[in-house]
Design a protein around this ligand. Structure first.
Ligand code: NAP
Ligand code: GLV
Length: 331
């Protein structure tokens, strides 16, 4: 009999990022290189009590049914669309996630992408590097101003608000959409809540910050893209599935909108021959919103804390399915 609970960390992590788990539990680490919980970990499933996952791991009924002793799932991400929350709740398993600690890093990258796409930074830098920097000329490499323009934030949560806060420094008017009004954020940020249709038709930059849910999947479809101004830009920092990729390709090719900057795509990774890469009005980064040393370490340690609290039967610091506690009380 082992005295310490068994924890599966689905892929390798730096040791100091999971030090609390290494000290307090028996850790088995899965292999690198392939998304998902690797089948080579199956022999451990009957014993595993804590599961530490990446956003590329699918946690569903089929996996959970092989882990009868599982007491907590801890996702190294704020988004939990990779996890069947309902199946976890039904089994009395709390799901941890990492909001807050990554908010500023993601908001900063949002602005990096807004500036990159509206000022054409990548094509201009590529021209310079590849020898196409001739004599300076007034009409070369022209972008557009942000000052006085309208930013539309879809999902004014923690990241959306941090993006709105930065918009004030750029002198932009901010519109937002969300299911519930956010009066405090409206006051602090001077943001105005409008229906999605109004946001799409009035914004010069539309920035997506909603979680991927059945309601938000393909929220930005052909109809939504056609509502946007031909001079407007779309930024997706949420999840690839929020946008209909096929419709976006057509929107960029046919000029329904001016450009797009995507940190997340559908599918992920986007295959190297995907048409989006060939479009000059599209910037793509490989899902690096939270990718700073400080932030990723803070996420890793928060995920450790959630997992250890779950093993101790205590409420997680950030639980994505809080209704699990009612379920546990009732059972
Ligand atoms: P959050 O604080 O929960 O904010 C999400 C917001 O979306 C909430 O305020 C919610 O407001 C709104 N929302 C939910 N469903 C909506 C709907 N159907 N229509 C309109 N608004 C809706 O979460 P967060 O920390 O800001 O993170 C947001 C998402 O960003 C994550 O779920 C994740 O997918 C993504 N993300 C991406 C990266 C990256 O690397 N690119 C990094 C971190 C996070 P209401 O409840 O009022 O609707
Ligand atoms: C990253 O995409 C996250 O959800 O943390």
């Amino acid at each position: 009999m082992h005295s310490k609970p068994l924890v599966l960390v689905t892929h390798p992590m730096p040791e100091d990022w999971i030090a609390p788990l290494l000290e307090q539990t028996r850790v088995v680490v899965g292999p690198a290189g392939r998304p998902g919980v690797d089948p080579s970990l199956a022999p451990y499933f009957p014993e595993v009590e804590g599961l530490y996952t990446w956003l590329t791991d699918r946690v569903d009924d089929a996996l959970l049914s092989q882990m009868p002793r599982l007491r907590v799932v801890s996702n190294f991400a704020v988004g939990v669309d990779n996890i069947d929350l309902e199946a976890c709740t039904r089994r009395g398993i709390p799901v941890g996630h990492t909001p807050g600690v990554l908010t500023d890093a993601v908001a900063d990258l949002t602005w990096a992408l807004i500036l990159a796409i509206t000022r054409g930074i990548f094509p201009a830098a590529r021209d310079a590097r590849e020898g196409r920097w001739g004599m300076w000329a007034p009409t070369q490499w022209l972008g557009v101003d942000l000052q006085g323009k309208t930013l539309g934030i879809v999902g004014l949560g923690q990241i959306g608000q941090a993006v709105a806060r930065r918009a004030r420094g750029f002198g932009m008017r901010v519109l937002y959409t969300s299911r519930k009004a956010k009066p405090e954020a409206e006051r602090e940020l001077g943001a105005q809540r409008v229906p999605l249709e109004t946001l799409l038709s009035e914004s010069d930059v539309v920035s997506l910050h909603v979680p991927l849910t059945p309601e938000t999947r393909r929220m930005i479809d052909e109809e939504a893209l056609r509502r946007m101004k031909p001079t407007a830009y779309l930024v997706n920092m949420a999840r690839g599935g929020v946008v209909d990729t096929g419709a976006l390709v057509r929107a960029l090719q046919e000029g329904w909108i001016a450009g797009a900057a995507l940190d997340v795509t559908d599918p992920e990774p986007l295959p190297p021959d995907h048409p989006l890469y060939r479009l000059p009005n599209c910037v793509i980064t490989p899902h690096i919103g939270s990718a700073t040393r400080e932030t990723r370490k803070a996420m890793a340690l928060l995920a450790c804390e959630n997992l250890l609290l779950g093993l101790q039967g205590k409420p997680l610091r950030h639980c994505a399915n809080p209704e699990v506690y009612d379920h546990l009380r009732r059972s």
